[in-house]
Design a protein around this ligand. Sequence first.
Ligand code: XLS
Ligand code: NI
Ligand code: NI
Length: 430
Amino acid sequence: MSIYFHDIPKIAYQGPNATSDFAYRHYDPDRMVMGRRLEDHLRFAVAWWHGFAWPGGDPFGGQTFERPWFGDTMDHARLKADAAFELFGILGQPFFCFHDADIRPEGADFAENTARLDEITDYIGTKMEATGTRLLWGTANLFSHRRYMAGAATNPDPDVFAFAAATVKSCIDATKKLGGANYVLWGGREGYETLLNTDLKRERQQAGRFLQMVVEYARKIGFDGTILIEPKPQEPTKHQYDYDVATVYGFLKDFGLEGEVKVNIEQGHAILAGHSFEHEIALAAALGVFGSIDMNRNDYQSGWDTDQFPNNVPEVALAYLEILKAGGFTTGGTNFDAKLRRQSLDPEDLVLAHVGAMDVCARGLMAAAAILEDGAFETARVARYAGWQSSNLLEQDLESITARVLADGINPQPRSGRQERLENLLNRFV
Ligand code: XLS
Ligand code: NI
Ligand code: NI
């Protein structure tokens, strides 16, 4: 029986000339690309929070969406889960992601929160078994409730640290119970508004010890998914400690966690940090910490984390190019941490947002694969660094190098970087 998405058909691949809105034009899950099914390359996930919990508010006005599951009882939570799995059945994407606060109503205290989380994850688990939809990652919402306004792990009040730690434990338990492939930590309130009231050094220590506890517990209970930090420079906090991939890597090194924790990189967060998405992915891959992505873009005029569905194939292609170069996803995937615009009231808006996004990503990934299979960029890159192939400079020191510069009369001649040629070449693929 349909809960919400009445009359919307299951979406199937119909090819680029399909006439219906309710069709995939490019996302053919079974298509083989570089030896792997497209579905297994992309590993799409629907985000519970934007799709089912977000009411359509903005700073100037409240709820615009009217969903039958909005309310704070467990009956509402079950209805929400029913609607979510109805959407998953329509889209046929393999994964979803959730925060504890998305799937259960807030209780009076930690014990009630945990009991409700247990109850609703039993319910969701049954639906997962019946449908085959899997959990890409679970996470704890440590930023919405007022108790977290001054941070969770980095709070000046140790009771808040304790409540957050217990909550994360309950969410790792729930993620393990549902067979989650990853567990994510995003620290929206882990930062500060003003140094006038902040002990930055202490807060950083608290965050480091908190993450060590998370890793210790996950390993102890045999959670075999990947633990991921999601970097973001600001919003909601003015300055967040997990600024970008480079900052997170330094933090992981500092607390001995670089072999234990990877990153979940979000397109919009990369832009907020002054980077491109592909830069963040390439850096994470180079440092051995690439894990997963949140594929949602910002509005480039407002310059804020507007969480829009992707709609730009060339942009997306560059991201998947770096992912494929890094060997593709292992436990990670493509999570649409993206919400509708607040005027998009209808059930079909939610369906079509995902359909378009999945098609854009499929085109991007196939373009990236074609670029790699063609090999022209790799040939150009190898040629650019060719001089290093026969060089032992990095084993020398400043004095021996100086002697060689003098003896050999080394006098370097600049060569073109050929950027425009490569940009033209790229446009043949996207
Ligand atoms: C917010 C983040 C958040 C995380 C999960 O900007 O993107 O949605 O992905 O807590
Ligand atoms: Ni975000
Ligand atoms: Ni995100």
